[in-house]
Design a protein around this ligand. Structure first.
Ligand code: PXG
Length: 455
C-alpha cells in the first residue's frame, strides 16, 4: 500500500510522461488514474488498498488468476537458462518447440504448425500476409480480399486495425488498407428488431455470400471473425450463424479465420471457441490466455491446408519478429497449458463454472433496466436500457455505461462498459462464492446507476 502522497506522485508522473493506449488524455488528466499494485487470485488491489474482483481477467487474459506460482517459476527458470535467443538463421530452442508441440496437441485435428508473435495484433497481421501469400502460391494472386465484420476487434497495428470494423479507428489513419471489406455483425439485440434471432443469424451470415458474389468469386481470400465479438460488446451470435458461415466458406472455397484471441484457452469451455461453435477454421490467431497474460505472446495456429502449401512451395516467408517464439514467453505459455491440463480447468469450466455463472447472470435479466442479460462460456453482457419493453436506450450524453462502470469500481468490481453494454469475462478459476459476489455487485451497481440518473 502507498500513502496518498506517494500515489499522487505516481499519478503526476503518469500524467506527464505516459501515453496510454486507447485513451483520451485530456479526459484522463481531469479524471485521474487508478494505480493498480498487486493481484491475487481473482482480485486486484489498488495502491490505496482498495480491493476489486477483476471480472475482466485483466483484459480478457488472466484466465488462471493472479499469483500462479507455476507460471512465475517457469519465467524465472527460463530467464536464468536462456533469457533470449532468436529463431532466425537455422536456430531454435526448446521452449518454443515444446510450446508449438503442446499447442498443436490441444488444437482441433488438422493443425500441426504454429507461427509465434508477441500479440494478437501481430497475429492478425501475420494472417493477412499468410492468406494472401497462400493464394498467390496456389496460382490465384487475385484472391486478395479479406472479409471482416463491422464492430469487430482484431488489434491495433495497421493491418489488424484495418480488419477491425470500427470506423473511428480507421478515420485516424487512412485505413483500412486496400482489400478489406466489412459485412454486418450478428448482433441480435441491437439489430434484429422484431426478427426471430435464429432467422436473423442466417440472414446476417448470408451477407458473406452476397459480398463474395459482389466482389467476384475469384477475389476473396478469407473471412475473419471472432467466434464471439469481445471488445465490440460481447456479441454472441445466434446458433444459426456459424453453421451458415461455415457452409458459405466451404461453398466458395475461401479460408476461414477464427480469431481466438479472446475465445481461446478455455473461455467458452473448450480449448478454442471454434470447438464450441463447431467451426472448422483454416487459421486460428491467438494471444492473451495462452500465457494467462503473464507474458506477451501471440501466434497463429496454421491449419494443414495452408501450412502444407507454405512449407512445400513457399520458399522464404519474409515475415517475423525479433521476439517470435520468445523463450520466456513460451516457457510461461507451456506452464499455462500444463496447469489447464493438470487441474482440468477447461472441463471444470464447462461442467461447473460456466453453468453456475450462466444461471446467476441470467437472473439479472429481471432488472427493469436490463434489456438483455446474455452469456456464453465465461463471457457475459448486460444491455442497460431506459425501458425494457421497448428496448429503449438511454440518451448517449448520460454515459450510462461509464457511470455504471465507475459505480462497479466503487463497489469493488471491475466490469467493462462498451457504450451502455456492460461486460464481464471472469477468470476460469473463479469460485461459486466469488460468482455470487460478482453478480451481487453488478446488480447493486446497476441499481445505483439508475438512482444516480434520477438524482
Ligand atoms: N483479436 C481479438 C479478438 C482481440 O480481442 C486482439 C486481437 C489484439 O490483441 P493484442 O494482443 O494486440 O491487443 C484483441 C485484443 C477491450 C479490449 O476493450 C480488447 C482487446 C484489446 C484491448 C482492449 O475489450 N482485445
Amino acid at each position: 500500500m502507498l500513502t496518498p502522497d506517494e500515489i499522487e506522485r505516481w499519478q503526476d508522473l503518469d500524467r506527464r510522461h505516459y501515453l496510454h493506449p486507447f485513451t483520451d488524455h485530456s479526459e484522463l488528466g481531469a479524471r485521474g488514474t487508478r494505480l493498480i499494485e498487486r493481484g491475487d487470485g481473482v482480485y486486484i488491489q489498488e495502491a490505496s488498498g482498495h480491493r476489486l474482483l477483476d471480472a475482466m481477467s485483466g483484459l480478457w487474459c488472466v484466465n488462471l488468476g493472479y499469483g500462479r506460482q507455476e507460471l512465475i517459476d517457469a519465467a524465472c527458470h527460463q530467464l536464468q537458462q536462456l533469457p533470449f535467443y532468436n529463431s532466425f538463421f537455422q536456430c531454435t530452442h526448446s521452449p518454443a518447440i515444446r510450446l508449438a508441440e503442446q499447442l498443436c496437441a490441444v488444437a482441433p485435428p488438422g493443425f500441426s504448425r504454429v507461427f509465434f508473435t508477441n500479440s494478437g495484433s501481430e497475429a492478425n497481421d501475420t494472417v493477412i500476409r499468410m492468406v494472401r501469400y497462400y493464394w498467390a502460391l496456389q496460382g490465384q494472386p487475385e484472391r486478395q480480399v479479406i472479409i471482416a465484420r463491422r464492430n469487430a476487434y482484431h488489434g491495433s497495428t495497421v493491418g489488424a486495425a484495418s480488419l477491425c470494423g470500427m470506423p473511428w479507428m480507421h478515420a485516424q489513419a487512412g485505413l483500412p488498407i486496400p482489400g478489406i471489406v466489412h459485412i454486418e455483425q450478428p448482433y441480435a439485440f441491437g439489430l434484429a428488431g422484431n426478427q426471430d434471432p435464429a432467422e436473423f443469424g442466417r440472414v446476417v451470415a448470408r451477407q458473406l455470400d452476397t459480398a463474395i458474389r459482389d466482389l467476384g468469386p475469384g477475389r476473396v481470400a478469407a473471412f475473419i471473425a471472432e467466434p464471439v465479438q469481445g471488445a465490440g460488446g460481447a456479441i454472441i451470435p445466434p446458433d444459426t450463424y456459424w453453421p451458415e458461415i461455415q457452409r458459405i466458406c466451404d461453398a466458395h472455397g475461401i479460408l476461414l479465420v477464427a480469431d481466438e484471441v479472446i475465445t481461446g484457452f478455455g473461455r467458452l469451455g473448450q480449448w478454442f471457441g471454434s470447438q464450441h461453435y463447431g467451426i472448422r477454421p483454416d487459421l486460428m490467431p491467438f494471444a492473451k490466455g495462452v500465457t494467462s497474460g503473464y507474458q506477451p505472446l501471440g501466434g497463429v495456429l496454421v491449419g494443414d491446408r495452408v501450412a502444407d502449401v507454405l512449407v512445400a512451395k513457399g520458399g522464404e516467408f519474409f515475415h517475423g519478429f525479433t521476439y517470435s517464439g520468445h523463450p520466456v514467453a513460451c516457457a510461461v505459455a507451456s506452464a499455462t497449458l500444463e496447469v489447464l491440463q493438470r487441474e482440468r480447468l477447461i472441463e471444470r469450466a464447462r461442467e461447473q463454472v460456466i453453468p453456475a455463472f450462466a444461471a446467476r447472470w441470467q437472473a439479472l435479466a429481471d432488472h427493469p433496466n436490463v434489456g438483455e442479460a446474455r452469456s456464453v462460456g465465461l463471457i457475459g453482457a448486460l444491455e442497460l436500457v431506459r425501458d425494457r419493453a421497448g428496448r429503449q436506450r438511454f440518451a448517449k450524453e448520460l454515459k450510462v455505461g461509464e457511470r455504471c462502470r465507475d459505480l462497479c469500481i466503487e463497489q469493488g468490481l471491475v466490469m467493462r462498459a462498451v457504450g451502455d453494454t456492460m461486460i464481464v469475462a471472469p477468470p476460469l478459476v473463479i469460485t461459486e462464492p466469488q460468482l455470487d459476489e460478482l453478480v451481487e455487485k453488478a446488480r447493486r451497481a446497476v441499481d445505483l446507476t439508475i438512482r444516480s440518473l434520477r438524482a
